[in-house]
Design a protein around this ligand. Sequence first.
Ligand code: UDP
Ligand code: MG
Length: 322
Amino acid sequence: MKISLVVPCYNEVQNIIPFWELVKETFAGQNYEVIFINDGSKDGTLSKLKEVYNYNKDCVTVVSFSRNFGKEAAILAGLERVSGDYASIIDSDLQQPPGIVLEMVGFLEKNNEFDIVAAYQKERSEGKIISGIKNCFYKLINKVCEIEFYPGASDFRTFRKNVIEAIISMKEYFRFSKGIFSWVGFETYYMPYIANKRYSGESKWSFFKLLKYALEGFLSFTTFPLKIATYLGFGISFAALVYMVVVFIQKIFFAIDVPGYPTIVVLVLLLGGIQLLILGIMGEYIARTYIQGKNRPVYIVKEYLAKESCIISEENLTNNKI
Ligand code: UDP
Ligand code: MG
């Protein structure tokens, strides 16, 4: 049995060596490989990764991107190159203990009916406001999407080989991993864990990045926002009809003058705003179709350090050429 670790790294210069030391210690005596993906880091991350590779060529692979393509692209690049029976995605900042990977693999070994183990944080370390917003997001997205999103479960997951094949067969450019992991199906077991503090450096997720990511989830896995136009159209037409009848009755039977100017201004602004909003939503979907239509690779590799046997399998990759 072989375990593959997929490790996305973006500006993690201080974390690489401690992470590698911890992995070596945790996986001593196991058959494993570590695939580091340098996602266009601007600090010395790549040279640290090369250092690790040079001393451990048998079990370390380094894929270095030509620029920062994002964690989702890094996950794809890693999963495309795994050779193990199980693959786990794990961050390089030591927040996620590698020991949990062994527990996840142990669980899959014993429980054949499950194909994925997803670790979720028992206690969340972020502030109340952020975790409140996240909970609202999960409630909303679970309501409008056919697939299920488990609150608190991140990319820290372990997959069997059949699941990895399913994930990399999804060639979409806009990759919302949590959605993809859920969309491919298979039985998932949710395992609680406690995340550590970041060893060094800062999280790359600002509030606005999180917001953009949440929006990505909606746009990638539901077309519900497009239906808003239809629903609003029905609602507003109905309200307009009722209002027309009210005005008519007031004028004919009670001779009440309806204040024309404010009514028109409010209606024009309201309808104009709604139309712009709907146009914006449609634009988001059209833009995604347009970019997907260009068929650009999800990432570009600049450097690839791996054992020769691994490099041969590189020819099989469809997503990217070196
Ligand atoms: N990461 C990456 N590309 C990016 C942003 C992040 O590969 O554009 C990596 C990062 O190096 C880390 C993991 O993704 O290993 C998680 O990032 P981070 O710790 O910033 O996220 P958080 O733990 O705060 O969710
Ligand atoms: Mg982190």
